[in-house]
Write a protein of this length. Structure first.
Length: 564
């Protein structure tokens, strides 16, 4: 269990002090030899276990030599009440050889950082962080100083003020959720141990009171002389007595080591950690659709039937037929990234191209080189979810927009009249140096760039809205940041697409759940932080939802409607 269990004591002379603590360590052969041969329980003997571990029943207890003379508080003079180990007295260690974990009990944690956390928890548990009645469990802490479960209690002492002393058992962890979930287990075992300690101290107290009644003696006693008072403060009498004397049990700390070690073992084994993954992304669902189609041999309704002409295009998307990479190695220049594409097109042209792509308009590119077309669509499709990308990389004739939204063609292929009259397309011509482009079409790049000497012409008969979708603004902002490398930009695009696909799913479920007024739809869009300029994007991205998600949603919606 990833924790430190400590017994703390409020000393009338020194205040709150750590009396005894047990930790778990990962051990190896080298660390094991250090424990057995070294004269001190220093931090070099093992590494603190700050991660959960499995536990077994193979625990063997042995004394750990060296006492606590190397502890962080070794320079402080301790009274008998604040000391659990005498100088040179062995500490305790139990080895769990099966899982390679050792449980070590010392007066103080050997690691200075852990000592600071436990020390602060000790002070708070015996000062300000107490429950009503000053006895019982309480939880406190933060992420910087650790989280603490503290159980404070009193033990009878016929020589103490008020005939009782104040103790606490604390469990210090860095995992708040795990500690809170372990509350019933820890509190019940701590309470059982405390009841045993209190019963032992009560027995000693009653025996001492029967032999020498301290209450009557104190009532009849005159005020102490200053010399007597200071002698008692220095320990001249048995005012500050050890826990061993209070319980009359010489093996008490050995027993505490056994109990604390068992709590750490059992606490770690009673709860196991499981990684819970969220729902699969649309990319995974679409890949699953492809696998089901291949394995079962069925053609789904959403499958696009492609032109069997070998010169025709190859579609890529939910039902794509992948082509061999060798066919695209024709020596043409290639686009490397969105940064590269934006630099070649210019900021304004890239803005228009990306806007058309994001709202589902058909992107038509004409070029002599298939490798150039292939790289262009590979870069451009990073703007869209996988389900929204339907690509025909190269075709010698025009393909309708319902078949593909990304279309590559040869420069000699002309567009039909109805396409030229449409507003829902953009035509991009990549002009090779063999056909010298006009000056206004020439790409201005360095000679080292593979597109040096090429020209680009872009035509669209439609007019785009003045305001671009929110996602395009964010993409352009991150592309303007020169301090970010390609890996960061790729991760940003993945997260951004996932964010907006979640909004698309909510909108799709909302529209399929029943009839809603326009006011209700606008209210939902406002909650999703979607602006009016995002409506076209949301409408197009709904078409990218996988068939599995659509079927599941329609099934659950119909079941909910029937139950209501």
């Amino acid at each position: 269990m990833n924790a430190v269990v400590s017994l703390c004591h409020f000393c009338e002379l020194h205040g709150p002090s750590i009396l005894f603590c047990t930790q778990s360590f990962h051990t190896n052969e080298e660390g094991q030899q250090t424990f057995d041969n070294n004269s001190g329980a220093s931090g070099s003997s093992g590494h603190p276990l700050f991660r959960r571990s499995r536990s077994t029943d193979s625990t063997v207890s042995n004394p750990l030599p060296g006492g606590d003379h190397k502890s962080p508080a070794s320079k402080t003079e301790l009274c008998e009440a604040c000391r659990s180990f005498q100088p040179g007295q062995p500490n305790f260690i139990s080895h769990d050889h099966e899982v390679g974990i050792s449980y070590i009990s010392t007066q103080y944690p050997q690691n200075s950082q852990i000592f600071t956390m436990v020390r602060q928890a000790c002070i708070r548990s015996l000062s300000c962080e107490v429950c009503q009645g000053r006895e019982g469990p309480i939880f406190f802490g933060d992420e910087h100083h650790g989280y603490v479960l503290s159980y404070t209690f009193f033990m009878k002492d016929s020589h103490a003020r008020g005939f009782q002393r104040w103790y606490s058992i604390i469990v210090v962890m860095t995992d708040r959720i795990f500690l809170l979930n372990s509350w019933p287990f820890l509190v019940s075992n701590m309470r059982s141990l405390i009841e045993e300690l209190q019963a032992k101290s009560l027995k000693v107290y009653e025996q001492e009171q029967s032999e020498h009644p301290q209450r009557a003696e104190r009532i009849n006693q005159e005020f102490l002389a200053p010399g007597d008072f200071y002698r008692r403060r220095r320990g001249g009498s048995k005012t500050f007595r050890s826990l061993l004397e209070l319980t009359s049990d010489k093996n008490l700390f050995r027993y505490l080591h056994m109990v604390f070690a068992w709590i750490l073992k059992a606490g770690g084994s009673r709860m196991t950690e499981k990684v819970l993954e969220g729902p699969p992304k649309e990319e995974a669902l679409i890949d699953l659709d492809n696998e089901e189609e291949t394995e079962e041999g069925f053609i789904k309704v959403s499958t696009m039937t492609m032109d069997p002409d070998p010169v025709g295009g190859i579609a890529e998307g939910p039902t794509a037929i992948q082509d061999s990479p060798e066919e695209w190695q024709d020596g043409g220049p290639t686009f490397k990234s969105l940064h590269h594409l934006r630099r070649l097109l210019g900021s304004l042209n890239f803005h228009d191209l990306a806007h058309h792509a994001l709202i589902g308009n058909q992107i038509i590119v004409r070029c002599n080189f298939k490798s150039t077309l292939h790289s262009f669509f590979e870069v451009l499709k990073t703007l869209l979810p996988v389900g929204c990308c339907h690509i025909i990389t190269y075709s010698d004739h025009y393909e309708e927009s319902f078949k593909c939204n990304f279309l590559g063609m040869s420069p000699s292929t002309s567009l039909p009249g109805h396409v030229k009259a449409s507003e829902f397309f953009i035509l991009l011509d990549i002009i090779s140096p063999s056909h010298p482009p006009r000056e206004c079409e020439r790409v201005i790049v360095k000679e080292a760039d593979p597109f040096h000497g090429f020209g680009i012409a872009m035509v669209s008969t439609g007019s785009l809205p003045d305001k671009a979708p929110t996602i395009l603004t964010k993409i352009e902002n991150i592309l303007d940041n020169r301090n970010l490398n390609q890996e960061v930009i790729t991760a940003f695009l993945v997260a951004l697409k996932e964010e907006w696909m979640n909004k698309v799913k909510l909108l799709f479920k909302f529209t399929r759940a029943g009839s809603h007024t326009e006011e209700e739809t606008e209210r939902l869009l406002k909650i999703l932080k979607a602006k009016p300029e995002d409506k076209s994007l949301l409408k197009f991205w709904i078409t990218g939802l996988s068939s599995q998600y659509r079927s599941h949603l329609l099934t659950t919606s119909s079941m909910g409607a029937s139950n209501s």
